[in-house]
Design a protein around this ligand. Structure first.
Ligand code: GLT
Ligand code: MN
Ligand code: MN
Length: 377
């Protein structure tokens, strides 16, 4: 095999959150199994593996209660590592979920002081992003939800969410920042229910904002799967709406807890069609991995995980290109196209019967694609 096709380079625009490779393997039933990795080490190691950049939450880099001097020292040191290793920061986000202050919501909290603190924290994270050269600001509302709907009329939560987002776009405009917001949906976990649980719900909500042009989506494959949805269709809808500002690539089994598996590791077919969609639609943004190494791994396993995400993407991309070149698959697609090109108006029972009776040969087509993905074509 021509191995070098699958070696990542910065031109592939692969990025990882500091929190992804840095995940310490803590879960609701068990403690951390790895020490945290200094952000500058992550930058160095990912650059060595061929990544394009890193992304971060405000507090992945700067502790919440850092003094101004400390903040500057940390950011400077980080910027030096970025420049030494030629790594970019295309996206930043804000942690509005870890601190207990957010236990009943951040931007949707019914308490004004909590909402205001969340908005100001987000504004500081936007400032940090601008300092690092990011042009996308992701908002994942892990705490924007409820355990019991007795707590609040959900309409009130939407209204607070809208006001908060309007405050953020107004801040971006007022500061003349070149920054857009990407909303990331998730159906549940850590809350029983999270408001606006799918990318489709986010897309509809965006249209109710003061500046919808500044707000798009950041679909995460695993989150769509948790809701039992097809991520390929979610992402396609976002592309169709001109709203795919960013994407979180990982993997997940339907019906499980939030697994954040290595990209392309579980649902091979789903990953194939997703990569094919991104490539066919000339998606120009970063390919961002938001996944965690297994809890079983030591540091060597962490970097195997990161390398695996990128290598898998390249292999799926290679397979997608092969799909376009495969003579049997292309011949079948052309036959289907010819069938669908028949423009005879359906007027009679006979006409309906003709359409109802012909076969589409999707069984054969799907088998061919499976064999292509499995590498035997
Ligand atoms: C958290 C979550 C992710 C989000 C991150 C951004 S934080 O790890 O599980 O899906 O993208 O806030
Ligand atoms: Mn995510
Ligand atoms: Mn996730």
């Amino acid at each position: 095999m021509e191995e070098k096709r699958w070696i990542p380079t910065p031109a592939d625009q692969f990025t990882f959150g500091l929190w992804t490779v840095g995940n310490r393997g803590r879960d609701p039933f068990g403690d951390a199994v790895r020490e945290s990795i200094p952000p500058t080490t992550t930058v160095k190691e990912l650059s060595r593996l061929g990544a394009y950049g890193v992304t971060l939450h405000d507090n992945d880099l700067v502790p919440e209660d850092a003094s101004l001097a400390e903040h500057d020292r940390i950011v400077k040191q980080f910027q030096a590592a970025l420049s030494d290793y030629h790594m970019a920061v295309p996206m930043v986000t804000v942690n509005l979920f870890y601190d207990p202050v957010f236990k009943d919501g951040a931007l949707t909290s019914s308490a004004k002081p909590v909402r205001t603190y969340a908005i100001e924290k987000a504004q500081r994270a936007i400032d940090l992003g601008v300092q690092l050269g990011a042009r996308i600001f992701v908002l994942w509302g892990g705490r924007e939800g409820s355990e019991t709907d007795a707590a609040r009329d959900p309409r009130q939560a939407f209204s607070h969410y809208r006001d908060s987002l309007n405050a953020l776009t107004s801040y971006i405009r007022g500061s003349h920042y070149d920054m857009k917001i990407a909303l990331e949906a998730k159906p549940n976990e850590p809350r029983s229910d999270i408001y606006l649980p799918s990318t489709g719900a986010m897309l509809a909500f965006i249209q109710t904002l003061d500046h919808p042009e500044l707000v798009g989506v950041n679909p995460e494959l695993a989150h769509a799967k948790m809701a039992g949805l097809n991520p390929v269709h979610e992402v396609a809808q976002a592309i169709d709406a001109g709203k795919l500002f960013h994407i979180d690539l990982n993997d997940q089994r339907i019906g499980r807890f939030d697994q954040d598996l290595r990209f392309g590791s579980d649902d091979l077919k789903g990953a194939f069609y997703l990569v094919k969609l991104l490539e066919d639609s000339h998606y120009a943004g970063p390919r961002h991995f938001d996944a965690h190494p297994y809890r079983t791994e030591d540091y060597a396993g962490v970097w195997d995980f990161a390398a695996g995400c990128m290598r898998s993407y390249l292999i799926y991309r290679d397979r997608a290109q092969q799909f376009a070149r495969d003579p049997d698959i292309q011949e079948m697609l052309q036959a289907i196209e010819r069938l669908n090109a028949d423009e005879t108006v359906i007027r009679s029972a006979e006409d309906r019967k003709r359409w109802g009776q012909h076969g589409y040969a999707y069984e054969k087509l799907d088998q061919l694609v499976n064999e292509l993905i499995l590498g035997v074509r």
